[in-house]
Structure formats: C-alpha cells, structure tokens
Design a protein around this ligand. Structure first.
Ligand code: ADP
Ligand code: DP6
Ligand code: CO
Length: 332
C-alpha cells in the first residue's frame, strides 16, 4: 500500500535571530526569535509511504542523497512514525526554490514542508502548533516556516518539547517586503548547526547576545503592535549585526561575510541616507537581505542595480504558511 502527502513551505528570515540551542537533542533555543516569511523562496516536498520499501529514500532536486542526508530525514520521519505506531518506509522527493545551504534558510522551508507532507501521508491530522514543534526538530528555524507573515518562535519552558513552537504575531496588512542581494549562492563551508554550537562554546560575548536578543524581541513586539516600520527596521539591523559580532568572538572566529556583503551593507546605508527607510540583516551566509517597505521596493532595486547585477537582486513580498499540494499542483 502507498500513501502520499505533498506540501509547500516558504522560507523565513529572522528579524530577531536564533543562534544557539540549550538542548541539542530537542532543538530548544537559547532565546525566542521572530521572523518574516518570504513569498519568493520555498520548498516543495512529497512523501510516499510505501510498504514495499526496505529503507527510506531521499531525493533533493532529483539527485539521490547519500546515507548522512537520508539519515536526517529518517530521524525526522520517526517523530511521526512513533506517534502513529507504524514502521513503513518512505520515498521523499524535495525541490528547493531557494539556494541550498547558502544562508537563505533552505533548512527552514525544507523541514516545514517535510512536516506538512508527512502529516498528510501518515494521516495523523496534527494541528499547526504540533507541526511547528515537529518541524523544529528537523531544523530550529523550520518551526517558524509553518506560518506566514511575522512569526515568533517562543523558546518554551524547561525541557518540554511541546512548549517551544511558533505563533503568528500580527495579521495586520503591512507595507513590507525584503530584497535579497545574492552575493554568493554556493554552499557554505560551516553549517548553521556547527557554527552556533562553536559560538556558544567559545564566544565570551554569548551571554550578552542572549540578553540583548531577549530585550530586542520585547522592543520589536512593541514596534509591531504600534505598526512602527522604522523601529522594526532599526532593531532588525542591530540584532543581526550583534549576532555576527558574537560569532566573530568565537574561537576560531566565525565569519560568513564576503567582500560583496560589506559592499551591499554600505550601499543600503547610502540608500537610507537618501531618505528611503531600509535596513539590512544577514544569516549564516554571505547574502544580504534588505528589509523595506514594499512601496519603496522598485526604487531600491533600481539603486541596487547601480552596483549589482540584475540576477543578484531578488525582491520578495510576505509569504504564507504551509500549504498542501494536490496531484495537479505537483508539476515535477
Ligand atoms: P540554510 O542557510 O540554507 O538554512 P543550513 O546549514 O541551516 O543552511 O541547512 C542546510 C541543510 O539543510 C542542508 O545541508 C540539508 O541537510 C538540509 N536541507 C536543505 N534543503 C533541504 C530539503 N529540501 N530537504 C531536506 N533537507 C534539506
Ligand atoms: C542565522 O535553523 O538553520 O538563520 O536548528 O541547527 O538546523 P539548525 O539551524 P538553523 O539556524 C538558523 C540560524 C539563522 C537565524 C535564524 O534563522 O533565526
Ligand atoms: Co538553516
């Protein structure tokens, strides 16, 4: 017997960052974080549970993945199989409409889409909150991609897995978007997982990072309530820079930046000085994201074109939460 589930999840970019786990096994974060889901980047994933399979199979962008990558999928699917009390193996086919492992949050859309697809394949009918706690255990940032718009991932209490999940923050319509400046879309050398662990273990700035991220989050939620884009942008830029400063303090020092990252940051500052509000943030990769008002996006793109190529500039509006795809929507 075969049973199929298909799901699309969009990536999300953190405005208040997650950079470290207090429990690695359960993916419980050191601090709560807050993100914006993006429309332009997503992952589509199909799970086929098949009694005839002897082991799980995993294809990413039509390429069969090796044991290490497949093992990660197996462990993740086991969360669902244990709950459903089944052992049926799965064939997983996933397609990234986002560069993989480049600091553009492929792991976020990946595990959120996998959670949605597996939920459908198993027929568990888990609610979004439970899917968010499951997605978290594939990749922390994936907990937020279950929802659209502004999303908060609450760090949860003690070591109970069920209390750390995402919630949508604000359903008001915002004039907001993000322009990605693609500096390098190749695979990073140091994964987010290893980078954050090394930072916790060796950066003397780490405890200050957690303190400041916590107070930044409180201020950002106030700014969201007050519909205050400028304050939102200022906190976003400051929080992202503080995360990178904390990494630089690690031993050996960690930096995901490239010369063009600096060029992009300086350009955004110049654009801001012309009176257009726009703010940068960066994740575990060299690419720069510009938080801006959607109504300013065209103008910002034009100005960025003075220094970057057309292909390097990818505008995005706000994305929605996970969505099941039926057979006619599956065009692979
Ligand atoms: P990113 O900045 O892209 O999130 P990470 O280092 O956090 O980079 O995660 C990249 C890893 O996420 C990949 O090496 C792979 O293990 C996993 N990943 C990415 N896309 C998928 C996918 N569609 N399905 C399953 N796993 C994926
Ligand atoms: C810098 O969620 O990719 O993008 O939980 O180990 O899979 P794992 O890491 P991941 O880390 C994301 C780090 C970040 C900030 C963020 O998205 O909050
Ligand atoms: Co990631």
């Amino acid at each position: 017997m075969k049973s199929t589930g298909r799901c699309r999840a969009h990536t999300n970019i953190a405005l208040i960052k997650y950079w470290g786990k207090r429990n690695e096994e359960l993916f419980l974060p050191m601090n709560s974080s807050l993100s914006l889901t993006l429309d332009a980047f997503y992952t589509d994933t199909e799970v086929v549970l098949d009694d005839d399979l002897d082991s799980d199979e995993f294809y990413l962008d039509n390429t069969k993945q090796g044991d290490k990558e497949t093992q990660k999928i197996t462990e993740f699917l086991n969360l669902f199989r244990n709950l459903a009390n089944i052992e049926t193996k799965a064939c997983v086919k996933s397609y990234n409409h986002v560069p993989t492992a480049a600091g553009l949050a492929s792991s976020a859309s990946a595990f959120s889409a996998l959670a949605g697809a597996m939920n459908q394949a198993v027929g568990l009918n888990l609610d979004l909150k439970t899917l968010s706690t499951f997605a978290r255990q594939g990749s922390g940032s994936a907990t937020r991609s279950v929802y659209g718009g502004f999303v908060e991932w609450s760090m949860g209490e003690d070591d109970k897995s069920s209390t750390s999940h995402a919630v949508p923050v604000d359903d008001a319509k915002w004039d907001i978007g993000m322009v990605v400046i693609a500096v390098n879309t190749g695979r990073k050398k140091l994964s987010s997982r290893v980078g954050m662990k090394q930072t916790i273990e060796t950066s003397p700035f780490y405890s200050s990072w957690v303190e400041t991220a916590t107070s930044d989050l409180t201020k950002m939620k106030e700014a969201i309530k007050g519909h205050d884009f400028i304050t939102l942008g200022e906190i976003t830029e400051s929080n992202g820079m503080k995360m990178h400063a904390t990494m630089l303090g690690a031993f050996p020092p960690i930096s995901y930046w490239e010369p063009d990252s600096v060029k992009a940051i300086q350009k955004v500052k110049e654009i801001r000085e012309t009176g257009i509000p726009c703010y940068v943030t960066m994740d575990a990769g060299p690419n720069v994201k510009v938080l801006c008002q959607q109504s300013d996006m065209k103008k910002i793109e034009e100005l960025l074109l003075e220094d970057f190529n057309r292909e390097q500039i990818i505008p995005s509006t706000v994305g929605e939460g996970i969505k099941l795809l039926n057979a006619s929507e599956w065009n692979y």
